[in-house]
Design a binder for this molecule. Structure first.
Ligand code: SAM
Length: 263
């Protein structure tokens, strides 16, 4: 068995496995930016294949997409042109001061901040890059969902799908590493094209809402909205015109925070 990150190494496969044909994530992010009055310059950090960055670009914004994966960036430049795409680590990135009116961070990319130092690095970088009053819009798993619930942990989840004539199956096992406060994932991919199985390991920080509020306040951000849905990856999904929710019980977190201007 070989190991690697099959999805971030193969962006086409990523989009096939997680299709968003209606551009729900991009539309939700655009709605947040409009609703809270953001200016036009947006950084999409952890931009992946670039489809949300390109959607925001197509709404008339000036967008930079940033990711750690060269494969993702190469794919984004070809398949989702418009934004500028650059390599950056969300745990500590440097753009000229005040270059952006908003930072967007979607589909749990923020949870690659595994440690408190990573989180501090992310928020300090956002603070430096944003104009005073700039927005942080993020969408991720909700660590609080796992308090007292084991439904996502009890058994491996097997998913199958066909792509370009090949049948793929993924078997995903999740477990909670309580000491590190991480949700660890092992995913084994098999394909019926004779290739060897691939094992992929990753982890997300289990961030709790109050912890998130605390660290945001420590970095000078005021929370404008923090709720579990509706969002682009909730059931039911967010639709145009839906207002931010008020609950925090489901397995996603949606965050809008404003960098408070210096007094
Ligand atoms: C689940 S994908 C989400 C991609 C995109 N935001 C979306 O919603 O489709 C997570 C992305 O974060 C990127 N990533 C992981 N660790 C990162 C880091 N330390 N800095 C920047 N990007 C990172 C991965 O390469 C991947 O593209």
């Amino acid at each position: 068995m070989s190991s690697g990150n099959l999805l971030t190494d193969n962006p086409e496969l990523y989009e096939a496995r997680f299709p968003d044909t209606d551009r729900l994530a991009g539309r939700w992010a655009a709605d947040c930016l409009r609703r809270y009055g953001s200016g036009p310059r947006v950084l999409d950090i952890g931009c992946g294949t670039g489809r949300d960055a390109a959607y925001l670009h197509d709404t008339g914004r000036s967008v930079v997409g940033a990711d750690l994966s060269e494969a993702m960036l190469t794919y984004a430049r070809t398949h989702h042109p418009g934004p500028a795409y650059v390599r950056a680590d969300l745990r500590g990135f440097r753009f000229p001061e005040h270059s952006f009116d908003a930072v967007v961070c979607l589909d749990s990319a923020l949870l690659y901040c595994h440690t408190n130092d990573d989180l501090d690095g992310f928020l300090a970088s956002c603070r430096r890059s944003l104009v005073p009053g700039g927005l942080l819009v993020a969408e991720m798993r909700n660590g609080a969902f796992f308090l007292g619930r084991t439904e996502l942990l009890d058994a491996p989840v097997v998913r199958s799908f066909d792509w370009q004539g090949v049948a793929y199956a993924s078997t995903t096992t999740l477990h909670v590493d309580r000491a590190a406060q991480l949700l660890r994932r092992t995913r084994v991919w098999t394909a019926d094209d004779g290739s060897a199985p691939v094992e992929q390991r990753s982890a997300w920080r289990l961030l709790l809402p109050q912890e998130l509020r605390y660290v945001l306040a420590a970095h000078g951000f005021e929370v404008l909205a923090l709720y579990d849905g509706p969002g682009p990856r909730t059931e039911p999904a967010w639709q145009e015109g839906d207002a931010p929710g008020a609950r925090l019980d489901g397995d996603r977190l949606h965050l809008v925070a404003r960098l408070t201007p210096p007094t």
